[in-house]
Design a binder for this molecule. Structure first.
Ligand SMILES: [Zn+2]
Ligand SMILES: [Zn+2]
Length: 380
């Protein structure tokens, strides 16, 4: 462990500590008393959920998938919306957030370079990294030139404090004044919303690196977790996200809870977003099979049943060979497609034919995944 990774060395980050204290203390003191004495009504709870959703998804769809990863393009009105409601989430400016998130992806788990490395523990990756000015959290915008050049991002960075304070007090006060209960609105829509929204976002840096499965890669600590997705506007599929960070989706299947991807799709539908990036299905299936082959291999290495071992090993070798052949088929198909496109001879029929053959290969990988998983289970 290096000097920087040793706690208590780095100087305390007083503005962050102060911010966490003034948001958390009223939630654990005044709010329960107010709730027990005066109660909150339906309107106030609706405001709490709506503001949490607006803040949460301005972070996930805006700060994260748009600005940190450029997984799609957003129109100016949508960017302004994310900029305002993202500032309201009090997680620093887009520039700071997205730049350090890019560092997180680049150096994931590295105790010296990943600003919220899970290898430094659950507490550190959740909140601890913000409480001190660690060397690993040093701001360096050289990885965010594109964001510095964006006038909306630059404006928010320059006026971050007035925007954040104005949104945090302005909106709950306005809602409370309209509803006739300023204190109730401020406590729920202001303080509780901030604390809940903070910790749910922080879960992605902490719990999503500790709790869940790793169906795509074991190269890093990131996990897929459907329960976490419920609290994080769909960001719980973090193992997938760390392998394919430029996909605008985190939960790629239709049944996976990812309201952020639905928001982005809806924005595209009404003309507010475009160029949504998706990892080709074949590559996703390829990663799944590769990981499953690796798992079966590990399980076979542990298998004590020598009678079963020989047969399983033979099956696994056949699967590995079949996998190689599928990849070779796909590569040939891609090559042909590129050549046809270059010669501008690709017509509609050919295009359909290519798509059909790719789908066949995807289906072949889907079937293979199930077979290899069975081998892994039998060897366990
Ligand atoms: Zn991560
Ligand atoms: Zn990310």
């Amino acid at each position: 462990m290096t000097a920087d990774a040793t706690p208590n060395r780095a100087p305390l980050n007083w503005p962050a500590i102060f911010m966490f204290l003034i948001t958390t203390i009223p939630v654990v003191t005044v709010l329960p008393w107010y709730w027990a004495t005066f109660g909150f009504d339906g309107f106030e709870w609706v405001c709490f959920f709506v503001l949490w959703a607006l803040n949460g998804m301005s972070i996930t769809a805006g700060y994260h998938r748009l600005w940190a990863h450029r997984s799609y393009e957003a129109s100016k009105p949508l960017q302004i919306f994310y900029m305002l409601f993202g500032a309201m989430a009090l997680q620093n400016s887009i520039l700071v957030w997205a730049s350090s998130h890019r560092v997180h992806h680049r150096h994931v788990d590295d105790v010296d370079h990943d600003p919220y490395s899970a290898k430094r523990g659950l507490w550190f990756s959740h909140l601890g990294w913000m409480l001190r000015n660690y060397e690993s959290g040093k701001q360096d915008f050289r990885n965010a030139k594109d964001l510095e050049a964006n006038p909306i991002v630059a404006f928010q960075h320059k006026y971050y404090v007035p925007i954040a304070v104005g949104m945090n007090f302005g909106i709950p006060l306005l809602l409370g004044w309209m509803h006739g209960d300023i204190w109730g609105s401020l406590l729920l829509g202001g303080f509780l919303r901030l604390v809940v929204s903070h910790h749910c976002t922080f879960f992605i840096n902490s719990l999503a690196h500790f709790w869940g499965s790793r169906p795509y890669t074991t190269e890093n600590t990131a996990r897929d977790n459907g329960i976490l997705a419920l609290f994080t506007w769909g960001e719980g599929y973090h193992n997938y996200h760390h392998l394919f960070q430029w996909d605008y989706r985190n939960g790629i299947r239709w049944y996976q809870w990812d309201p952020t991807k639905w928001l982005i799709s809806a924005a595209k539908f009404v003309g507010l977003a475009r160029s949504l990036k998706r990892v080709p299905e074949f590559q996703i299936r390829q990663a799944l099979v590769e990981r499953q082959l690796q798992k079966a291999e590990e399980n076979l290495g542990q298998c004590q049943d020598h009678g079963r071992l020989a047969a399983l090993r033979q099956s696994l070798e056949a699967e590995a060979q079949h996998f190689k052949e599928t990849l070779a088929h796909w590569a040939t198909l891609q090559q042909k497609k590129v050549e046809a496109a270059k010669k501008a001879v690709i017509d509609h029929i050919e295009h359909t034919e290519f798509a059909h053959r790719v789908r066949e290969l995807e289906e072949s990988l889907r079937q293979q995944y199930l077979r290899v998983r069975l081998i892994a289970v039998q060897a366990a």
